[in-house]
Ligand binder design. Structure first.
Ligand code: SF4
Ligand code: SF4
Length: 382
């Protein structure tokens, strides 16, 4: 744990964390990893929960299941430890369910213990669950949603039913947030018409809930996939009542419904990249395998609002730019907003609604100035 985080934890230890205002709490959550969060506030969490159980209904639309895999890769705490400490009942998750299907051992399975369709119907009737949606929702063909049918229902209809009775809705991953890879420009995209839960790319009017006339806010945890901390800490904050829907969500979320603590409006991955020193010296790689800055290989980190380079991945040991260019997977409209992925942003014209040509010239200009400063320092022997 870094000294800064240790100090923060010590400060937080001395205050009644449950009485913290939401802004301070969320700031703390933003600094901490899921493990530190759970261990530092274990007693308070237990007291707050009073052994009440929170149900999660986790639905999968059109996707790769990479977001669930990211969550399952959380090592410290692992998913079992985290759910146990937060007293979460992961009541429905198609990848992890033990249910068997319509027939079990040749006999009709018509109970919620064995048939996941019945289980989901029962859970939706009971209500009061956190609804997590992973994957996009096909609206095609022609608004029918029939490109994804589960059992005897379209996924679009299932989302409609589940969303109506949910206490809170969380979209996990780029596909669920704004369509992601499934809605990327292609010859068939008009026909398949994939939507995110609350958005299509940057358009909130085209989210599937709007299509279904359901007016409920959605907390977006984008990424391809998202960091497990972003998912666990958001769910933890919801359970502890520190994110209340729809109360003051505008304070906690940005205009694309991302929690600002993980996707800071005033911070980009580039700010803390391990290669940043090379960028500042104007040293750029143009092929894989080097150690210089990857800007000229298409790195989009200067436009990626995420704490990836501070929080780091894989048990807090590395970040994407150590392996290759960042593709700004946390940004609305990904992947089209970052395409072509491995082409220098300067050549793209408009990226993420900003004039990259201008920004790039400023960035390269700044790098050139920095390189000049370094050169002067080297000459002076500093
Ligand atoms: S590799 Fe990307 S994030 Fe790292 S310094 Fe270069 S442009 Fe910035
Ligand atoms: S570093 Fe870039 S590509 Fe990697 S998770 Fe963060 S935003 Fe996505």
């Amino acid at each position: 744990m870094s000294t800064g985080i240790k100090n923060l934890v010590q400060t937080l230890d001395s205050v009644d964390f449950l009485k913290m205002d939401r802004r301070t709490f969320m700031k703390a959550v933003g600094f901490l990893g899921a493990s530190t969060f759970l261990s530092s506030f274990q007693t308070e969490i237990v007291n707050a929960l009073e052994f009440a159980e929170t149900k999660i209904v986790w639905l999968h639309g059109s996707e790769s299941t990479g977001c669930s895999e990211s969550l399952l890769n959380a090592g410290n705490p692992d998913i079992i430890q985290a759910l146990t400490k937060l007293n979460v009942n992961l009541a429905y998750h198609e990848t992890l369910l033990a249910q068997q299907g319509i027939f079990v051992d040749g006999k009709l399975a018509n109970t919620s213990e064995l048939n996941s369709e019945i289980l989901l119907e029962d859970l939706i009737k009971e209500g009061k669950y956190i609804l997590v949606i992973e994957g996009s929702i096909p609206n095609g063909p022609k608004g029918s949603g029939r490109y994804l049918v589960l059992g005897n229902k379209t996924f679009k209809d299932i989302i409609g039913e589940a969303a109506k009775n949910a206490a809170v809705i969380v979209a996990v991953g780029a596909c669920a947030c704004w369509g992601g890879i499934t809605s990327a420009n292609s010859a068939i995209v008009q026909d398949t018409d994939y939507r995110g839960v609350g958005f299509l790319k940057t358009d909130a009017a085209k989210g599937i809930l709007n299509e279904l006339n359901i007016d409920k806010p959605v907390i977006n945890i984008p990424g391809c996939p998202p960091h497990p901390d972003w998912i666990l800490l958001t769910i933890g904050a919801i359970i502890l009542g520190k994110i209340r829907v729809p109360d003051d969500l505008t304070v906690i979320l940005d205009k694309y419904n991302r929690p600002k603590v993980f996707y800071p409006p005033d911070h980009v991955v580039h700010d803390n990249c391990p290669r940043r020193g090379y960028y500042d010296q104007g040293l750029f790689d143009d092929q894989a395998g080097g150690s210089n800055c990857l800007w000229k290989m298409g790195c989009k980190a200067p436009y990626a609002h995420g704490d990836c380079a501070i929080r780091k991945w894989n048990g807090s040991v590395s970040v994407c730019t150590q392996a290759g260019p960042c593709i700004a997977c946390v940004e609305p409209g990904f992947p089209d907003s970052s395409r072509p992925l491995y082409v220098e942003a300067e050549n793209k014209g408009i990226l993420l609604g900003e004039n990259v040509g201008t920004i790039a010239k400023v960035a390269i200009g700044a790098a050139a100035v920095a390189a000049g400063v370094h050169a002067v320092r080297r000459m002076k022997g500093e």
